[in-house]
Design a binder for this molecule. Structure first.
Ligand SMILES: [Zn+2]
Ligand SMILES: [Zn+2]
Length: 237
């Protein structure tokens, strides 16, 4: 299955916008997050020669501007688009989706949204000492599961344990996205990276809000199985 990086902090091509937030396209048809800005997202979709007509649904990981910010322009182009959110996202976000005629689908548990493409449904997280709802995507291929995260406010280990519980007996092949560990010490980050290794997760690609130390420590521990995530990349899972 093909994964394309539509938006992140670094790029492999000059014609693409980069910045805060993420947007990933799975199998040319399911969007996971929309980055911080719709014009930037649409520019990148165009410059990567992606057929916007083939995008069937957008999954929003959590209700933060750098993940939902591009949704509004996308909905203006694609009225009636399926938008997967969590029940506890803000009323404001839900109202905005409705106003732009997106079709809201709320998931509180594991849901298969396309063949072998799942969302976990709402996982409770914390941001600035307040509750925040977040969901992650899970893609099943012959190599195992790929877990795609937005910011990981519930904590990357909690998320991975939840996925393990929801998909018993399945191996996690790759985890990538935001791990949100900028506030953690190097020792804490090292324990988390080692925990990922203990969980037999083969490859890891922390990016976005993961933090410099997280990227460095995961690179050291994962060596050749560290995955660089940059706007414009395509890879097969
Ligand atoms: Zn974020
Ligand atoms: Zn966030």
């Amino acid at each position: 299955m093909k994964i394309q990086i539509l938006y992140d902090k670094e790029s492999i091509m000059k014609s693409l916008y980069t910045g805060w937030g993420v947007s990933f396209l799975i199998d040319g048809r399911i969007l996971f997050d929309t980055g911080e800005d719709g014009h930037r997202l649409l520019n990148n979709i165009k410059n990567l020669d992606i057929d916007i007509e083939k995008i069937e649904a957008a999954v929003i990981s959590h209700d933060h501007w750098d993940h939902a910010g591009g949704l509004w322009e996308l909905l203006r182009k694609k009225e009636g688009l399926d938008v997967y959110i969590c029940p506890n996202f803000s009323a404001k976000l839900k109202k905005n989706i409705e106003r732009l005629k997106g079709k809201i689908i709320e998931a509180d548990r594991v849901t298969e949204i396309a063949d072998d493409i799942f969302i976990t449904g709402e996982i409770a997280g914390e941001y600035k000492r307040r509750f925040i709802a977040e969901q992650v995507m899970v893609v099943k291929t012959g190599k195992g599961l790929t877990v795609i995260t937005g910011c990981s406010h519930p904590g990357i280990v909690k998320i991975l344990e939840q996925v393990k519980k929801d998909f018993p007996g399945e191996k996690i092949y790759l985890v990538f996205g935001g791990f949100h560990q900028m506030d953690k010490s190097r020792e804490e980050i090292r324990l988390i990276a080692e925990k990922c290794k203990d969980m037999e997760i083969e490859k890891a690609g922390p990016t976005h809000c993961s933090g410099y130390d997280t990227e460095m420590i995961f690179k050291e521990i994962y060596e050749d199985n560290f995955v660089f995530i940059k706007t414009g990349q395509t890879f097969e899972i």
